[in-house]
Write a protein that binds this ligand. Sequence first.
Ligand code: T4K
Length: 369
Amino acid sequence: MNDPILVTRSSMPDFEEYCAEIRELWDTHWITNMGVKHKALQAALEEYLGVPHVTLYTNGHLALENVLAAMELPAGSEIITTPFTFASTTHAIVRGGFTPVFCDISDRDYTIDTKKLEALITDRTSAIVPVHVYGNLCDTEAISRIAQEHGLKVIYDAAHAFGVRRHGVSAACFGDASMFSFHATKVFNTIEGGAVCYPDDGLVQRLNDLKNFGIRGPEVCAYVGGNAKMSEFQAAMGLCNLRHIDRELAKRKLVTEHYRGRLSGVPGLRLCPEQEGVTPNYAYFPVVFDGYKYDRDQVFRRLAEENIGARKYFYPLTNSFSCYAGLPTAGAEKTPVARHISDRVLTLPLYADLAPDDVDRICDIVLER
Ligand code: T4K
């Protein structure tokens, strides 16, 4: 049996580089609560992403929960989002006390279908949480126009979109705020981690308060905050990985091109088209098996037999999760395009060091007669 190939593999710096980065923590014994590594990573990311403010978190999910809370949206209001995403997006909305209203996705890039968005807006709608799924950028112009017309906040789930740019502008710069995940499985990781990026100076204090129990000073507690702080060890990993981000993206590009070379133009296999004007980050390699000689589940099982861990990102849709069975807005039948894609999609293994021979082995199984 061949060695297992999993859907992804964390990129890590050389051991010595990480050790050198954390060495001073043994001198200071300051290992969390916004220390020097945290401050350095925040500044480095503001520059890399070209955004006025970055607030760091211990993971992307809490970043999303915190930014929704910081927007001070009316309690119980409706937030329009998509169900073709990781559980986190919908859970953050519901855990914030809001009602998720599910919009269908575009058949082309699987992001929110802006043609179907306006019909879902009611006088209870307060915000839109679109997802740059797989690093495919949403139609940010249309979303911004609709949001302005209706006075809605836009908070992007940009968990997959680190390093993506449209006409040179980073994914961090759209809407009122964007949440990034720096989880071990992401293009850029801080082990666990995440961030909120935003232009509004007024949000800085609120987000910092919310992630640190609402404590503003030794004797002042301004908010009912939680604890979502990034530690110094996470930030140190981020500082190391950020040094190598260009090489990481270049290697992922080669893997992606190899896949495209083998799988493009095969009848019944749909690959994500490249988006015009967009510099991608090659975060995922989704393939939709639509009218192919094998269905998605057959290919999934064949790969598993060969020790290859492709994943059904994102199946099932969040609007068909059993935990949302009682929610009036739930139901996959309300989002037919999302259901169609979710039933047919498989994300093939992709990481910087995935060898060309391994890509060939995966493609041979997908294409086998
Ligand atoms: N919004 C969206 C759209 C998201 O996709 C996510 C997270 C979030 C929000 C929330 O962000 P975070 O709070 O997570 O920062 C994984 C990740 O855990 C999750 O971060 C990610 N999305 C989701 C799409 O994928 P699982 O349950 O598939 O992970 P797991 O443990 O099966 O790992 C997948 C593969 O990654 C493994 O087969 C091997 C590799 N791996 C995994 C770990 C944990 C490594 O190479 N190193 C590791 O340390 O959710």
